[in-house]
Design a protein around this ligand. Structure first.
Ligand code: SAM
Length: 500
């Protein structure tokens, strides 16, 4: 069956680099005083990058690999340059490259491989993925990146680095910024030493009409020493230095300079958690409309008040003043709790849940399998503490919010938010003042990658050493008293749990 043109374009990442951008890529290499005698373009397309680099550096040898036969023919037709064009699949062509390169060569691997992930390719049943014979290496990348879904560009660049980093090689590719970071992690985790690495942001809308966080990533292994860092510039056009990405205790640091002066990396004494998770918002979340409650199906819901709690979502927390627009039905006090008690205690709620039982059955996530009916997640005694400090995981801004109880009921936050909870108001105020301190902001700015889908995670928040920040703010004694008090409460809770 013939694939549709659009799908084919996506499948092969067929977005040719414009000449203007090709020249900028070559300029960057030239500014770094790199003079390659071999140039290799692993997916050379119509040849814009390859020919621009060739014309500039006039290398002894230039090789372009491209899967599309028409593109290969066109390059050969339009150019009388001494370039070796191989009409082949890069996934099976590494050996050709190995034969062409000697240890003495200074090799520039340059280009723009397809920006497509292996799961996008499997969804269109594409065969443009690494061959089965490479499956071991594929797994290797999975193990390193911690994910089974990775970008084909990531695979190609890592394969090239693996094969050719021992030589004097420079790897210079357009890719997603997240791919560049994954490759850095790969190098750091696998003791691949390099001289310098740089990221130059690229306006993907301007050059490719795409909405992707993209960059020109250059990693120079011509010398095997360096700080193991990566310089980040403002753009490929201006090339002003902005900051340095580094690696510290197995963690990637966005801005090493800020981090060094604001290193509050440690373990939070308070546990940050995600908000309540139910995957059934049409039934569980009710809009407050006047004095009525209306569910996602537009039905007015008339149930007992006891299991209903005020709910805040990311968009509510981002607002300057917090206003609750919704309530959430909380069916359990802890994970796995039996929900049959609702039937006798709250018959209207039970009826309502059963009227919509199908919505719960349809929940895809395996976490709900073999659990009591109408189960929820991310719930525990901490959810019912009166005071919370919350922050949206999705918004690209550090914006902690104090959340007070409403009508003597604790407020819940949804699963797009992260929160900690406090038993009393003064405790919440002290912790809030530490979290909103400039020191904390600078520390967080130095470790948060804002271009991630969910930039603020519980993992990041749980790494804030509040005790250290309290110490530097002369609040050490206050903080110690709080911790002592919390330990007593914690012990009391344990004793209570043992008794019942
Ligand atoms: C994003 S385009 C870039 C082309 C060229 N590098 C440039 O910068 O102008 C990606 C190119 O990779 C080619 N390609 C895709 N899969 C390939 C593979 N497995 N082996 C070789 N080339 C491939 C596509 O045909 C396409 O021309």
């Amino acid at each position: 069956m013939k694939t549709k043109p659009l799908t084919r374009k996506k499948e092969f990442g067929d977005f040719q680099t414009p000449l203007e951008l090709s020249s900028l890529m070559v300029n960057v290499i030239n500014e770094n005083n790199i003079y390659p005698n071999v140039i290799i373009e692993p997916t050379c397309g119509v040849g814009n990058v390859l020919l621009t680099a060739y014309d500039f550096f006039r290398p002894q040898k230039a090789i372009g690999i491209e899967i599309n036969n028409t593109y290969c023919k066109n390059i050969l037709k339009k150019s009388d340059r001494d370039i070796f064009i191989v009409n082949s699949d890069i996934f099976v062509s590494m050996n050709i490259l190995k034969k062409e390169i000697s240890d003495k060569d200074v090799c520039l691997f340059i280009g723009n491989p397809p920006w497509v992930t292996n799961s996008e390719l499997s969804s269109i049943e594409s065969t443009n993925i690494p061959q089965k014979s490479n499956i071991k290496n594929l797994r290797g990348i999975e193990a390193i990146t911690g994910k089974s879904n990775f970008d084909i560009t990531e695979y190609i660049i890592i394969k090239l680095i693996e094969e050719f980093n021992k030589q004097k090689s420079i790897f210079a590719f357009l890719c997603k910024t997240s791919v560049a970071r994954n490759i850095l992690k790969y190098c750091w985790n696998n003791n691949i030493y390099y001289h310098e690495a740089s990221i130059f942001p690229v306006d993907s809308k301007k050059y490719f009409d795409a909405a992707v966080d993209a960059c020109y990533f250059v990693i120079d292994t011509t010398k095997k020493r360096g700080a193991g860092e990566c310089k980040v510039f403002d753009s490929i056009e201006k090339r002003n230095y902005k900051s340095t990405i580094g690696f510290y205790q197995n963690r990637m640091i966005v801005n090493m300079d800020t981090f060094k002066s604001h290193n509050y990396l440690g373990k939070s004494d308070y546990t940050w958690r995600n908000g309540i998770k139910h995957d059934c918002s049409k039934v569980m979340e009710l809009d407050i409309i006047g004095s009525s409650l209306v569910n996602g199906y537009g039905e007015t819901v008339n149930i007992e008040n006891d299991l209903l709690y005020p709910l805040l979502k990311s968009s509510d927390i981002a607002n300057v003043t917090i206003k609750t627009r919704k309530k959430v039905l909380v069916t359990q006090k802890k994970i796995g709790e039996e929900t049959k008690y609702i039937q006798s205690k709250y018959p209207k709620t039970w009826q309502y849940l059963n009227d919509h039982a199908n919505d719960f059955v349809k929940r895809k996530s395996s976490i709900y399998k073999n659990k009591p009916s109408f189960s929820i997640f991310s719930i525990g005694d901490y959810s019912f503490y009166p005071f919370k400090i919350a922050i949206s995981g999705l918004y690209k801004k550090i914006n902690f919010k104090m959340i007070y109880p409403i009508d003597e009921k604790p407020v819940m936050v949804d699963d797009t938010c992260n929160f900690i909870s406090c038993k009393n108001e003064s405790e919440a105020h002290i912790i809030f003042s530490l979290l909103t301190d400039e020191k904390t902001r600078l520390f967080l700015e130095s470790i948060i990658f804002w271009d991630s889908k969910r930039p603020i995670t519980t993992e990041i928040l749980n790494s804030i050493d509040l005790k250290k920040i309290a110490g530097e703010n002369y609040l050490h004694d206050h903080y110690s008293i709080l911790m002592g008090y919390n330990q007593i409460i914690h012990k009391e809770n344990l004793i209570q749990e043992e008794l019942f």
